[in-house]
Design a protein around this ligand. Structure first.
Ligand code: 5AD
Ligand code: SF4
Length: 455
């Protein structure tokens, strides 16, 4: 039986899809190269905006319809929308074989067995919090891997559906994370990205380590302590994490980012709005001045820190003055990249009960303005890289141009370069940046081996 997974949404969903595939391969399934040759088609869905749900529903509708031609095909939904809508999804898509939420992906092999015998679709939605089944399987042959550290979210921002679907925060134990990362480095992984909706809250809601782990660490709070433990893993060259919240950007985090050589100078720090009034309405828990102060602390520790962000336009009550405050703040910070979203009311979130009072045409206008301004900012920042000699972790052959190889700088910029015979994926090399396009750098190798900084 061949299985294909189509993934929508964030890095966490990407990670879930990868671990689900590893789980199914362990149960004797094979990976399909494309949808057409698959016997089992799984759509991993996202709920964050209405459009994300519409896309997944459209896709599921098409796949379910394909069962008319391929009657033995199994089609089902997993992930956030599956969790949020549960059985209700079957009213919309009656030909689905299963709907499995975010909490019990470990049940997928059993559910697929049950589908073959059952007359009714299989639905597995669980809302309990607490320890999650650890799906630590990864695809082989990667240099870079995602690692879950914190599930769920306790912040309850007014616009956000995530806490409703992914549940209360639950942090994995430091030992489990360390074991997973050690194993990954033994299979050739050189870079990990630690994932959590609000990753700096790792270990805040519940303990994550044996009592004596604080001894011998230079840090008091769990997330920097986790970074320090991973820093000591032989073969791991880079550590990244996402997403951050200004509250967690403490002097101690800044210190850890400066002191731990594997921790990269890049942070995804969602701003959402530059207006204090809107930030308060969103329940973000910071003012624009506090956001600026968090950035200043990070940049003091690492002056070249690259910052990327998320912004929502057209939140209920957003006036042009609020919007202008966002434009001004984005300019002041000088983000390396930004994802701009039009506000979309999400059922069950607090803001869903408020009037969605910014016209769609106005949301679109604001969205376009921020995109254009960010594009210009991005070009300026990338142009400034020319002449710099950057440390690059080699990914491999570029998918767009087989003559070129690709890698990423520590501050997460893509670099294309001509390969050299002694270079393999996972190497750290030095590259002189010679030209730049909107979001790509081009350069040539100046040094093909950089000493490993791990201990
Ligand atoms: N409408 C629009 N954008 C949203 N996001 C989260 N919820 C909504 C919503 N209801 C955006 C935020 C978040 C990103 C993942 O998606 O900017 O950081
Ligand atoms: Fe990720 Fe949120 Fe979408 Fe779920 S709803 S896939 S957590 S972005």
């Amino acid at each position: 039986m061949k299985v294909f997974i189509k993934t929508y949404g964030c890095q966490m969903n990407e990670r879930d899809s990868e671990s689900v595939l590893a789980l199914l391969l362990g149960h004797g399934y094979l990976a399909a190269a494309n949808e057409a040759e698959a016997d089992v088609l799984i759509v991993n869905t996202c709920s964050v905006r209405g459009k994300a749900e519409d896309k997944a529903i459209g896709k599921l509708g098409l796949l379910a319809a394909s069962k008319r031609k391929h009657p033995h095909r199994i089609v089902g939904a997993i992930g956030c929308m599956a969790q949020r809508r549960g059985t209700a999804l079957l009213r919309l898509l009656p030909h689905l074989d299963f709907v499995i939420g975010t909490h019990r992906l470990d049940r997928l092999p059993a559910a697929l067995d049950a589908v073959r015998l059952a007359a009714e679709p299989i639905v597995e939605i669980e809302t309990s919090t607490g320890p999650r089944p650890d799906l630590a399987g990864h695809s082989p042959g990667k240099t870079s891997a995602f690692v879950n550290v914190l599930y769920g979210c306790n912040r309850h921002c007014a616009y956000c559906v995530v806490p409703l679907v992914r549940g209360e925060e639950w942090s994995r134990s430091m030992t489990d994370i360390e074991t997973e990362v050690r194993h990954l480095t033994q299979t050739g992984v050189r870079e990990v990205t630690l994932l959590g909706q609000s990753v700096l809250r790792y270990g805040v809601a519940q303990p994550v380590e044996e009592n004596d782990d604080r001894l011998g660490s230079d840090y008091q709070t769990p997330f920097p302590r986790l970074l320090q433990r991973l820093q000591n893993i032989r073969g791991l060259k880079r550590i990244r994490f996402a997403s951050a919240h200004p509250e967690g950007c403490t002097p101690e985090l800044a210190c850890a980012m400066r002191e731990l050589p594997s921790v990269c100078e890049h942070l995804h720090l969602p701003l959402q709005s530059g207006s204090d009034r809107i930030l308060a309405g969103m329940g973000r828990g910071y003012t624009s001045a506090e956001y600026v102060a968090a950035v200043a602390r990070l940049r003091e520790a690492a002056p070249d820190m690259a910052l990327t962000t998320d912004v929502i336009v057209g939140f209920p009550g957003e006036t042009t003055a609020d919007f202008d405050a966002t434009r001004a703040l984005m300019d002041e910070i000088g983000f390396d990249n930004a994802f701009i979203f039009k506000y979309s009311p999400r059922p069950g979130s607090r803001a869903a009960d408020w009037p969605d009072d910014v016209e769609d045409s106005e949301k679109r206008r604001r969205n376009q303005i921020l995109l254009q301004e960010q594009d210009a900012r991005c070009r300026r920042i990338y142009q400034r890289q020319i002449g710099r000699i950057a440390e690059v972790l080699v990914d491999g052959v570029s998918v767009r141009n087989a003559q070129r190889w690709t890698g990423r700088t520590r501050d997460n910029k893509i670099v294309l370069f001509d390969p050299a015979p002694d270079i393999i994926p996972g190497d750290q090399i030095m590259i002189r940046i010679e030209s730049a396009r909107a979001q790509t750098l081009y350069g040539s190798i100046t040094e093909s081996k950089v000493p490993c900084q791990c201990t």
